[in-house]
Design a protein around this ligand. Structure first.
Ligand SMILES: [Zn+2]
Length: 70
């Protein structure tokens, strides 16, 4: 298991797709959300909830790990 202390949140869409325009986020990522056939999504606490609903490939029920101290 790896810890990514310098990873930044890229917004609820993970910076992917046309919906991601204008949703960039530079907060440190705290959670990692597992996705199907895609790299895990790393998000800040604010974007954890939205990302589960709008990002592509999120597993359901969600598989979430804490990767940094909030
Ligand atoms: Zn964020």
């Amino acid at each position: 298991m790896s810890i990514h202390r310098d990873v930044r949140c890229r917004g609820p869409y993970a910076g992917e797709g046309v919906q991601a325009a204008g949703t960039e986020c530079s907060e440190p990522a705290v959670f990692e959300v597992a996705r199907h056939n895609r790299p895990p999504l790393r998000v800040c606490p604010i974007h954890l909830g939205p990302s589960l609903l709008v990002a592509s490939g999120v597993l359901w029920p969600p598989d979430i790990r804490l990767v940094a101290r909030p």
